[in-house]
Ligand binder design. Structure first.
Ligand code: C2O
Length: 551
């Protein structure tokens, strides 16, 4: 095991043009997206962060890392640490679990900053993983895809969070692959956000080009580093053999395309289908599709593309491929059915028993007009930083509206400053979260510090107790183990995890706008064994309060 040092100077830069349109971005070492962190299982990553921004505090959260006994370095603002003030610095020293490997990413966990540029890939290699893979591959390609806005996230927030603005998440202006894309706008239609001017479109930017060696087999690691939208990725003329989901090896399946919600990752082995592929270039497509976003924002070309260039073909050769199976793809529904059968390859079994030690029922109540709710709710609580809290736990509004079910009678729920805390104090306990989504939109939920087995996903209706006993309704055998699960609109999901990692860990919807709307609760695991508060210098508390007040 090695220590790997990364030096992150975080600053704001004006006039960046990822797609030609000028805007201010938050950047790491001047880079957008941020630099890749790479390590081996068991290594220690040390991220030396210097906040050189003028007015924003910042944190770095390594998404999906276990941070065993290191919750204080998880980077969730106000939950695991006070954000690093402007001019300040902080050292994230993260000992990687010897068993953890795969495709991860990092992002700021303060406000809307990750929509504004603060994210990057994080890859953990492992000999064990390589041996367990059925495929050998020669080379890797790490592909970051994100939805992209032409203005700063915080500017959209007041309107979005105002009561009565249900379902008005800001629609992205574009999507980027590897932080770059052509901006396909129609001048007469395009309204530049927040009063900007089309003359700000100062530069022509073309698609990202990936130069591949036709004699090598590639493992492609794809990360949805977006703030809001899922996408479907495909590569003309190729099949994708999926081998990894969120850092877990899965039984390989071949798909022609792959749907990913925000914060999810997949690896696939790239399988060319044409004999003469080496003499061609191909399009990589990331299709964004949200209520057929084109209608809402006619300038969002939802077919976001990059070029797969087989060297030594000219890399400016535009691909002519277009393999879609018929018709206009822009408004088709994403087909996730294949991914539902994803099975974990290693480790095999969720646990011996079909029934958990503990079941926690969670309702997603989100922006539901009938209840006049202006925020996101888990059961009847929304998450909001408190201004005068004596601890770093967050408080919630007293709310209008009635949740459809009252599921708060479970012993494990407690309240601190009126905020839910799920207290889990038995080491090794097996916990199921049953999540019913009473909202029409899908919500990609992420649990910090853990992976969970996705025991079942229901596309419609709500969870019934019988499902535990009906054969096949729930996968107790080899369900996929991951850290981000998409709970379908008016649907449900059951996830299972083991209580083995002390700390306070957020469980939240990863749609950035929804996080800001309060769709988050905290798990306090094994608090008798460990207190993350011991790791904070005393004077950070006043700092912390200052930034909370500003939110
Ligand atoms: Cu990817 Cu709470 O984070």
């Amino acid at each position: 095991p090695q220590e790997r040092h990364y030096y992150f100077n975080v600053s704001t830069m004006e006039e960046r043009h990822p797609d030609g349109m000028g805007r201010t971005l938050m950047v790491i070492n001047g880079q957008y997206p941020g630099p890749m962190i790479e390590a081996h299982s068991g290594d220690t990553i040390v991220i030396h962060v210097k906040n050189q921004m003028n007015s924003d505090p910042v944190t770095i959260h390594c998404h999906g890392l276990f941070l065993r006994d290191q919750a204080y370095n998880d980077g969730a603002s106000f939950i695991n640490q006070c954000p690093i003030p402007p001019g300040g610095s902080y050292e994230y020293r993260i000992k990687l679990d010897p068993d953890q490997y795969g495709t991860y990413w990092y992002h700021s966990h303060y406000g809307t900053q990750y929509a504004d540029g603060l994210f990057g890939p994080l890859v953990i290699h492992s000999r064990e993983e390589y041996e367990d893979l059925d495929y050998s591959y020669d080379k890797e390609l790490v592909v970051l895809v994100n939805d992209y806005y032409h203005d700063a996230g915080y500017k959209y927030l007041p309107t979005y969070l105002a009561p009565g603005n249900e379902n008005t998440e800001p629609v992205p202006d574009n999507g980027l692959i590897q932080g770059q894309n052509y901006f396909n706008y129609v001048e007469s239609n395009y309204v530049v956000p927040n009063g900007g001017n089309i003359s700000d479109l100062t530069q022509e930017v073309s698609h990202t080009v990936f130069n591949l060696d036709p004699n090598s087999t590639y493992r492609v690691r794809v990360i949805n580093a977006g703030f809001f939208l899922p996408f479907e990725i495909e590569i003309d003329g190729h099949m994708l053999e999926v081998v990894e989901a969120d850092g877990t090896l899965v039984e390989p399946i071949q798909v022609s395309s792959l749907t990913m919600s925000v914060a999810q990752r997949y690896s696939f082995v790239l399988l060319p289908q044409e004999e003469d592929f080496a003499s061609k270039n191909y399009w990589m497509h990331a299709q964004f599709n949200r209520f057929c976003a084109k209608e809402e924002n006619p300038n969002f070309d939802t077919d976001v593309k990059a070029v797969i260039n087989y060297t030594p073909n000219s890399n400016i050769l535009e691909p002519t491929t277009w393999q879609y199976n018929g018709g206009d793809v822009r408004c088709r529904d994403f087909d996730q059915s294949k991914l539902k059968t994803l099975n974990t390859k290693v480790p095999k079994v969720a646990n011996g028993s079909n029934l958990p030690d503990l079941r926690v029922d969670i309702d997603i109540l989100f922006m539901i007009g009938a209840y006049q709710m202006a925020r996101g709710y888990l059961n009847d609580k929304t998450y909001l930083p408190v201004q005068n809290g004596s601890t770093m736990y967050q408080a919630a509004f007293a709310l209008g509206g009635t949740p459809r079910k009252d599921l708060n009678d479970n012993q494990v729920f407690s309240f601190k400053d009126n905020q839910y805390i799920v207290n889990l104090n038995k080491r090794g306990q097996i916990v199921d979260f049953v999540v019913n989504n009473y909202d029409d939109g899908a919500h990609p939920f992420h649990l910090h510090g853990h992976k969970f087995w996705v025991l079942a996903i229901g596309d419609s209706g709500y969870f019934e107790d019988e499902y535990y006993h009906e054969s096949g309704a729930i996968n107790f055998e080899n369900a996929v183990l991951r850290d981000t699960v998409n709970i379908p609109g008016f649907g449900w999901g059951v996830i299972r995890f083991v209580v083995d990692n002390p700390g306070v860990w957020p469980f939240h919807c990863h749609i950035g706008w929804h996080m800001e709307a309060g769709l988050l609760l905290q798990i306090n695991a094994l608090q008798d064994e460990y207190s993350q508060w011991d790791h904070f210098p005393q004077d950070w508390y006043s700092q912390c309060k200052y930034w909370q007040n500003r939110l």
